[in-house]
Design a protein around this ligand. Structure first.
Ligand SMILES: Cc1cc2nc3c(=O)[nH]c(=O)nc-3n(C[C@H](O)[C@H](O)[C@H](O)COP(=O)(O)OP(=O)(O)OC[C@H]3O[C@@H](n4cnc5c(N)ncnc54)[C@H](O)[C@@H]3O)c2cc1C
Length: 398
């Protein structure tokens, strides 16, 4: 056992940091203000394997281990959470395709996502169902009548079976207006008891008739990242677009809870480190009462606490990551929830203290800390709120 990263991990960190310093930081404020999705940067990041590093080599990805993926996410978010989110989320839903999809789905979509040509999205949440995934109401009904109107979901796939018709509303969908393909969670057995037994995942190209995304453009933070509400209005897909097994979608989804939450923990660590970096720079520069503010013990102690919390969050996150690939068991789930809870709560606190170190200058957009404060806040909400993480942890501790 070692608590040190390997030389390969350090090299990955250096490479992402260089990309972040040269390509992301200079345009971070602009993208926050304009809310423009950074498609070009996504493509550039893909050339360096920073988009969807989890995709295996055989499908054009980098096949990185969980610690490497954690480092990539952390460094992208350290440079800027908004652009980091846009790049890091480009493969949302691709894990489901990778683990449970048929070969044609993997061959058609994974290389395009890995090389930056396409983005994907994962449509789970709905206006009335966020934390309670099992409650979703989007339905997929089999249409066995004479048909032929469905556009083939794949240029490769032949439509020789029945179609499903999908109807419902999806909410808070990252990449909703920029994705080319969606993984849509539906109810195929709305009367199933317990309700999570009736859920099925579908692969839906976003140019399908009836897939209607509307951009949400009044976000608090991560404003470079695309977010949408998606109306799913009689979307027809062939039966072969079911990902994995019918009515097994919830269990399939559960397989990715630990890795998803570890990834959000890494986002939070990166945001917190970015805030700490900015606070250290400012404390080294700003003078009051004839001395650098870093010489006031109040500032020294503040920075010491911030740095300790960032390091503790990082340790817990890497520990969770070390369990994600091999052990999809309760330990991975527990550690991932702990890492997400701790890292996200402290990211917001660290960003708050970074603003304090800046005084009035921290309250305006000339410095990155007000942006990081807004950006970091999302890590307490998505992939399961802090309250849900506490439920998961206590279930495994009590
Ligand atoms: C920027 C952004 C991006 C997102 N991206 C995606 C995406 O790509 N795909 C997707 O499907 N979803 C996405 N989401 C949705 C996100 O996962 C949900 O917002 C989140 O799960 C919370 O659901 P909710 O908003 O419905 O809140 P609710 O579930 O209504 O929760 C409201 C409050 O009640 C609390 N609460 C609820 N249930 C319990 C409980 N059992 N015990 C204790 N407290 C509870 C919550 O913690 C919260 O404080 C995104 C959201 C945002 C804001």
């Amino acid at each position: 056992m070692t608590f040190k990263l390997s030389a390969e991990h350090e090299a990955i960190r250096e490479a992402v940091r260089e990309f972040g310093d040269e390509e992301i930081k200079p345009v971070a404020r602009e993208h926050d203000e304009t809310q423009e999705y950074p498609e070009e940067l996504r493509r550039k990041a893909a050339e360096l394997d920073f988009v969807s590093p989890h995709i295996p080599l055989e499908y054009g990805g980098a096949g990185m281990d969980a610690i490497s993926r954690t480092i990539v996410t952390e460094e992208l978010w350290r440079a800027d959470p908004g652009i980091g989110s846009a790049i890091g989320s480009a493969g949302f839903g691709s894990s489901m395709i990778m683990e449970y999809g048929d070969e044609w789905m993997k061959e058609e979509w994974l290389p395009r996502i890995a090389n930056g040509e396409s983005a994907s999205c994962s449509c789970i949440s709905e206006p009335a169902h966020g934390s309670n995934v099992a409650g979703i109401e989007t339905v997929a009904e089999k249409d066995t009548a004479e048909h032929g109107s469905a556009s083939p979901a794949s240029t490769e796939a032949t439509q020789d079976g029945d179609e499903y018709v999908l109807d419902g509303n999806k909410m808070w969908i990252t990449n909703g207006t920029v994705a080319d393909v969606a993984v849509v969670m539906t109810k195929t057995d709305p009367d199933a008891e317990p309700p999570h037994r009736g859920i099925t995942a579908f692969l839906v190209p976003t140019d399908s008739d009836g897939f209607k995304p509307t951009k949400i453009d009044n976000k608090l933070g991560i404003r470079a990242s695309d977010l949408a509400e998606v109306v799913i209005d009689d979307v027809r897909v062939p039966e072969e677009n079911i990902i994995g097994e019918k009515n097994e979608g919830f269990y399939q989804l559960m397989d990715f809870f630990a890795s998803g939450r570890t990834s959000v923990a890494a986002q939070a660590v990166g945001a917190a480190q970015g805030a700490l970096d900015a606070a250290v720079d400012y404390a080294n520069d700003r003078e009051q009462f004839g001395q650098k503010i870093k010489e006031f013990q109040a500032i020294e102690h503040k920075v010491a606490e911030m740095a300790t919390n960032v390091e503790a969050a990082r340790s817990l996150t890497y520990r969770a990551a070390s369990h994600v690939d091999e052990d999809k068991d309760d330990t991975a789930v527990r550690l991932a929830s702990m890492a997400k809870l701790f890292a996200s709560e402290h990211a917001v606190d660290v960003a708050d203290e970074a603003i304090q170190v800046h005084g009035g200058a921290g309250y305006v957009s000339d410095h990155p800390v007000e942006r990081i404060y807004r950006d970091a806040r999302i890590t307490k909400i998505y992939e399961g709120t802090s309250e849900i993480q506490k439920n998961i942890i206590s279930d495994r501790v009590l």
